[in-house]
Design a protein around this ligand. Sequence first.
Ligand SMILES: [Zn+2]
Length: 219
Amino acid sequence: MTELDLLLMGPPGAGKGTQGRLLGEALGVPWVSSGDLLRHAVEDGSALGEEARGFMSRGDLVPDRVIVGLMSRRLQEPDARGGFIADGYPRTVPQADALAAALDALGRRLTAALAILLPDDEVVDRLSGRRTCPRCGRVYHVEHEPPVRAEHCDADGACLIQREDDSAETIRRRVAVYHKDSEPLIAYYGERGLLREVDGIGPPEVVAERLHAAAASSA
Ligand SMILES: [Zn+2]
């Protein structure tokens, strides 16, 4: 059996978390975000986890060697033997090389790098319309998913807020950072014939179907 070893890329607002989960369920492989990977590592008390915690508690970036070690270990867990969907990693070309080497050491290779495409204006529209409940954390959108009573949470009636991260200026900056960081990776996977670009416009379940088709046709 060939593993489905996948990467998921996309700008802020592309719904990567939702898509990663949906795709994972559809394909029967776990969605592995770099954030979850680090959180679990810190909790499991392993030597590698302790090392990661040391860097994080000092506010330092966790080095590639540690993250790749954690990733490599994660890929050998029973639920990931048939594949995985990595999200938030790799972020750089050296990290992409390190991941390829880690997969190679396990006798595996990347199936595809899935990139969700979303025009910058759409990203700004999606994120700047976002409102969050400060009490329960539920997220709304002023146009696409408004609360029943304007500016108030359906669950608890709290006054909704716009997070600092969702101001138009901050969003433009985050989009610029995404392009700068992702372009070398897009080129890297493009050169290796692994890049699958998927239109991110449309309802989440439609985007999920596109991603599923792109992944399945790469296997
Ligand atoms: Zn609420």
